[in-house]
Design a protein. Structure first.
Length: 231
């Protein structure tokens, strides 16, 4: 190649190289802000999302039943109650004297003197009340299970808050409250011979304390005086 040809070829090569460089600069760079999707995490087989349901289905019975006070078992109004046991000849509703908590006492006070002078017998159907006269017969009705028991007042108490009557162990056992301690009750004072309690006519005489037999006077034999000492 002659010197003249080399001079003509050099500008052409430079122009071609410049065009290549310009084309390279014109190509946009690959985007870097496009987020690539994260690989899917495989879920464990057999696992399903929890569904929101009621703890107790509608219409099902509760899982636990706690005894509560049922005020429908006693009422202060004379028109709200039907005869207590439905037996023909029943006198019908009884007026409630008092309503509140009942407690009981037993072995710790057995054979101790009560406020009226008797000996406390935990197997007898007696009770302590703060204001009722001694000898008053009361029908105690449980507001938890509806049981009734007939007791006679022979002591004073209870003096703790929230309690209206203190029953003997036998009376508490009849109401099913020995394991409960304090139970809500309603008191009905038995004032007539035909009033009923626990489904039968109240037997007031059976609750009276046994009369203590009065010992017969001892007759002393006449002392004989010797004849020589007689005047």
């Amino acid at each position: 190649m002659t010197l003249r040809g080399r001079r003509v070829l050099r500008p052409a090569l430079l122009a071609a190289a410049g065009a290549v460089l310009l084309a390279a600069c014109a190509v946009p760079p690959p985007p870097h802000d496009v987020a690539t999707p994260a690989p899917e995490t495989p879920t464990a087989p057999g696992l399903r999302p929890l569904t929101r349901e009621l703890a107790v289905p509608a219409g099902a019975s509760p899982r636990s039943a706690v005894p509560s006070v049922r005020y429908d078992l006693a009422s202060s109004g004379m028109d709200e109650l039907t005869p207590d046991d439905g037996i023909p000849g029943d006198d019908g509703p009884r007026a409630i004297f008092q309503r509140g908590g009942a407690s009981w006492y037993g072995m710790a006070f057995h054979m101790r003197k009560t406020a009226n002078g008797e000996r406390f017998d935990m197997s007898a159907f007696t009770a302590a009340h703060r204001t009722l006269p001694f000898g008053t017969v009361v029908c105690v009705r449980s507001l938890v299970n509806g049981r009734e028991v007939l007791v006679r007042v022979n002591d004073r108490g209870p003096f703790g808050p929230g309690r209206i009557i203190d029953l003997s162990r036998a009376a508490a056992d009849a109401l099913g409250m020995v394991s409960m301690g304090i139970k809500q009750v309603a008191l009905h004072v038995i004032e007539g011979p035909d009033m009923r309690c626990n489904g039968e006519t109240a037997d007031v005489t059976a609750l009276q304390p046994p009369s203590e037999a009065t010992p017969a006077p001892v007759k002393r034999a006449a002392r004989s005086v010797p004849a020589r000492q007689r005047r």
